[in-house]
Design a protein around this ligand. Sequence first.
Ligand code: AGP
Length: 608
Amino acid sequence: MCGIVGYVGKSNATEIILGGLEQLEYRGYDSAGIALYTEDGIKIAKEKGRLKNLNDELEVSPLNGLMGIGHTRWATHGAPSKTNAHPHTTEEKTIAVVHNGIIENYRKLQEMLVKEGYTFVTETDTEVVPYLVDWCYEGDLLAAVYKAISYLEGAYALGIMHKNHPNELVAVRKESPLIVGIAEDGYLIASDIPAVLEHTQKVYYVDNHEVVYLTPDDVKFFDGAKAPVQKDVKVIDWDAQTASKGGYDYFMLKEIHEQPVAIGETLKRRLDENGRIHLDDFKLTKEQLENISKVYIVACGTAYYAGIVGKYIIEKLAKIPVITDIASEFRYSDPFIDENTLMIVVSQSGETADTLAAMKEAQSKGARVLAITNVVGSSLARGADDIFYTWAGPEIAVASTKAYTSQIVGFYTIALYFADLKGIVTPERYNELIEKILPLGDKVAEILENKGQIEEIAKKLVNAHSAFYLGRGLDYTIAEEGALKLKEVAYVHTEAFAAGELKHGTIALIEDDVPVIAISTQEELIGKLVSNIKEVKARGAYVVAIAKKGCEEMHHVADEVIEIPVEEDFLMPILAVVPTQLIAYYTSITKGIDVDKPRNLAKSVTVE
Ligand code: AGP
């Protein structure tokens, strides 16, 4: 949530910061702002709404300087408005601050600062920071920032500049993500890699509690105790082009189309020359695995739905009982965690606050944590004991698509690896599964060729007030993900139901023309699902089935059948989810929604 960018160097800071903010808009887009160190002191421009509004304003009244900070906001404290937009400053604009995160004790600090004579004008938690730094300032900016953060509770990545320090930018990280980019002619700070890629692929990852002191020619890192920290430069292996739309109208469509490659890559990169799975970032030994009595899979949103598929996969292949939980609820359920528990956390961004908190909770109780994540060097990756990178490439659209399918391939890979370590999978089945998973991307490509049919079906969903996804077994897990997609990008209220559960209440909502999308890929469950479809048809529903090619039963009962390639039932989730992504995408764009940035959402949810 929220994206911050800062620059200090020898180039035009405005251009660099606005370019960076454009790459971070996925993190929040209800307002944007910039603070520039100019010849006339610190100048601010802010606008409500998309970054474009700020760009337009800066065209009319340009701001120029060699140092600045910028922000794109996802509101937490105070409505989206020009006043609440960052950067926040002291009254005299001596100090400007951008912030991603939440200052939990801001009320207490505000009370204290008001007594000291400061006046607050916004509804935000962030506004306490510039005043706090001012209150702590005695001529040395770095010292003032250190003193100020000792009062702060909560999560924050901060970029701070001061009128008296024309070439000094200070940044701080606690929980919220922060990186430093090394450009040819200066340094950048940013919430995420895409913001700096136009200028550099060389970055430093800032760790928790670290403070960064940047000047045009140097960057210094200090830990929480003010001791200097030596850091290694990391080279990012994707460039600005990879993070662009590459000819597609929207990132979501581009990312859906990247799945054929991403799916194959996730497994292929783990196979050694003998075709055996080799997991580089796993330290878990055979002995440790044998002591694991249960697995918890914990995540949020789409990553959680990948987790419930993961439960099926691990239980079936690795024969370990799995409990799944939503990360935001995990800590309240008094979970059965001990040193014989393996917790698997799943997160595209690796920065989701609830998932990070769940990981810490599990580790404090002695569990080993394995992270499945897409972002190298993310907080989750750095905190976990073992890591499985999904290698899906940058996912920019708010709606997660290729990360989800790669996470599921991750579960197949991990479960097969575990089964092999435990000696409970035959060599034939081991090889068979690898040989079937590797070309699954080609089958996804076949589904994408048929997107015209799905675009037509979506036209019938645009006026729906509500819709239903049905499925049984593994198909039910896909129904959950399909329903979330339709809700978040197309604003259609959609429920996912285990098909057999519908008649226990929810069927009361079925009336003429209500769209019901039935997922039917599990051979032994088709008969039962046919009965459930007949039940909703009898009450007027418009039924679309997603079924294996040649599934006659579905052609008999459904109004439309989206046929997908045939594979063994166990591997069908990867194929069955793709039409659900396209249904959501086409419904959204037909309604004229900005599918990459649906209302009220942000890509990276770094608040609890
Ligand atoms: C997915 O389409 C969502 N926008 C959202 O549910 C997302 O999956 C969730 O916030 C978790 O994010 P993460 O994978 O980065 O942890």
